[in-house]
Write a protein that binds this ligand. Structure first.
Ligand code: SAH
Length: 392
């Protein structure tokens, strides 16, 4: 295996098990590794410290292990078995009323660069690093063994998540099976998973608990689900007894998915209507007196440098909702930008409330669910945060 030698003192974060090695920490390599190759990492004192995937970029090594071990099928089986055990502990595995969960959450499961979501008998696997892409067949074999006959299909969906510069020419496709049955169940509600063309792995698995909470607030309310994507919050609101539910997304494709999902659960129900429109425009022009508004926008800040503008965006969006919501209304507001932390987000929402001159109470502080765990040595893994607010 090719070796990487660190500069003096650059082993400190690795001693605290942080899984990333930045290009600036590297002194030299024994031979130039290929992108995606497994390398071993040594300190300036020639002491072994980690094994990981090499990649050209600011993060040059994503650490897979801090012990000297082979990165082979057996390795992936051990990691996947632990990931599955975590999900069994959480209570999301083997249920009939919930066939959807995240099995692997990158660094959170000590598999940096890999995401696997389970939808019934199908796993959707996504590589965010060249190394995981290189190892995809081995991972698929390991996954098949660990999941046994509960798994029939593995769909590999990394066309848009791999670094463009690596020129892998990756196409999406099945590594196992090839079923067209795309209906999965979350807390007893059905939905189509568009793993072929949809965003992420086809559904936003991370809002499961927050959608459940919303269901309990929905009774008799007029609900606006802004940035609805596949309509997750909308069909929970309907089951919760909402008087009407309006779903909004700028993408017509998302609106079609939402309509199909609502139809799957509540065929012909006249309470639901969906609109393909820009969020800001819709909020500006709307006349319906909503008393439950969900704001779940895409990440406004993809990088730290975009933070200031992102915060302004969150303030502008939330201010619009505070200005329009009826007295006694409830707002579910989220940020999934990793670069925006809890405090930043809360400050942005606080500024919005003050600008709209409304009395606002925080009822719940929300976060990502347990099947999106955070590696304690990698706080960067925390990304989803939300607030449930009562607006007087
Ligand atoms: N709430 C969803 C996930 C939202 S993802 C769920 O529970 O699954 C963010 C969505 O915002 C995407 O579907 C995207 O199409 C939509 N979007 C992005 N910019 C928008 C805009 N300016 N106005 C309305 N929708 C927008």
């Amino acid at each position: 295996m090719k070796k990487i030698f660190l500069k003096r003192g650059k082993d400190e974060s690795l001693r605290r098990f942080h899984p990333w090695i930045f290009s600036g920490a590297i002194h030299h390599t024994s031979e130039q590794p290929e992108e995606g190759e497994v390398v071993t990492v040594y300190t300036s004192e020639n002491e072994y410290i980690a094994t990981g995937h090499f990649q050209i970029g600011s993060i040059m090594v994503r650490v897979l292990s801090f012990e000297h071990e082979e990165i082979d099928k057996a390795f992936y089986m051990r990691r996947l078995a632990t990931a599955l055990d975590v999900r069994k502990s959480i209570g999301v595995v083997g249920r009939e009323d919930n066939t959807t969960y995240r099995l692997v959450h990158g660094e959170g499961d000590n598999l940096p660069g890999l995401v696997i979501d389970i939808y019934g008998k199908t796993a959707v696997m996504q590589a965010h690093s060249v190394g995981m892409h290189t190892d995809r067949e081995t991972i698929a074999e390991a996954l098949k063994e660990v999941m046994g006959n509960t798994l029939k299909n593995i769909y590999y969906k990394s066309e848009t998540t791999l670094p463009y510069k690596a020129e892998l020419g990756q196409e999406n496709g099945f590594l196992l099976g090839g079923s067209a049955d795309d209906v999965a169940i979350e807390n007893g509600l059905k939905f189509h998973v568009d793993w072929l063309k949809g965003q992420k792995t086809g559904f936003f698995v991370d809002q499961r608990n927050n959608r459940s909470l919303l269901e309990h607030y929905a009774k008799g309310r007029k609900v606006l689900n802004m940035f609805c994507y596949t309509g997750g919050f909308s069909f929970y609101a309907m089951r919760g007894g909402a008087e009407l539910v309006h779903s909004v997304d700028s993408s017509q494709k998302a609106i079609d998915l939402t309509n199909a999902n609502v139809e799957l659960n509540f065929p012909g129900d006249p309470r639901h209507e969906a609109f393909a429109e820009d969020a800001f425009k819709f909020l500006e022009q709307m006349t319906t007196p909503y008393d439950l508004i969900i704001l779940d926008p895409p990440a406004f800040a993809k990088h730290k440098d975009a933070l200031r503008n992102a915060l302004k965006g969150y303030t502008r969006l939330n201010k619009k909702a505070f200005e329009k919501i009826t007295p006694g209304g409830i707002v579910f507001t989220f940020s999934c930008s990793q670069a925006v932390d809890k405090e930043h987000f809360r400050t942005a929402v606080f500024s919005a409330a003050a600008a709209a001159k409304r009395k606002v109470r925080i009822l719940h502080q929300l976060h990502q669910p347990a099947d999106h765990p955070i590696n304690i040595y990698h706080p960067e893994g925390e990304y989803l945060k939300g607030l449930v607010l009562y607006v007087e």
